[in-house]
Design a protein around this ligand. Structure first.
Ligand SMILES: [Zn+2]
Length: 126
């Protein structure tokens, strides 16, 4: 779980967007939630700064344009998180580990499991 003080920062940057946190996944990227480690704070910070203005744009602009923009930055967030250690934010040697399928760097995976595990899971196709 992300530390509360980091969550507060994200909610402060994109209050309108995260208001949709109770929406189903097809309506909001909050399916990502903050059910992740502190290591993903930076990717989520970047994402939050990009997604919040789109909420304002949605009021004034054509919905399909905004929807495609949101889809694009959600894909970018997913890609970035896939390559970032969920625990410490490292971006080198990230593997999938554990029954919760966490993305961790070698050091964090070793600290968690006592030994590194093979990255036995292929990335789902887009
Ligand atoms: Zn790590």
């Amino acid at each position: 779980m992300m530390r509360k003080e980091l969550e507060v920062i994200l909610l402060g940057i994109a209050p309108e967007f995260y208001r949709e946190s109770v929406s189903p996944p097809e309506k909001s990227c909050m399916c990502f939630g903050f059910e992740c480690g502190d290591g993903w704070f930076e990717p989520l910070l970047d994402f939050s700064r990009k997604v919040e203005p789109l909420n304002e744009l949605a009021i004034k602009s054509h919905f399909s344009f905004v929807a495609s923009q949101v889809k694009e930055i959600c894909a970018a967030l997913e890609e970035r998180c896939w390559n970032t250690c969920e625990k410490c934010g490292a971006t080198e040697g990230i593997i999938t580990t554990g029954e919760w399928m966490q993305r961790l760097c070698k050091n964090c995976a070793e600290a968690r499991n006592g030994k590194p595990q093979a990255d036995g899971r292929e990335r789902k196709s887009q």
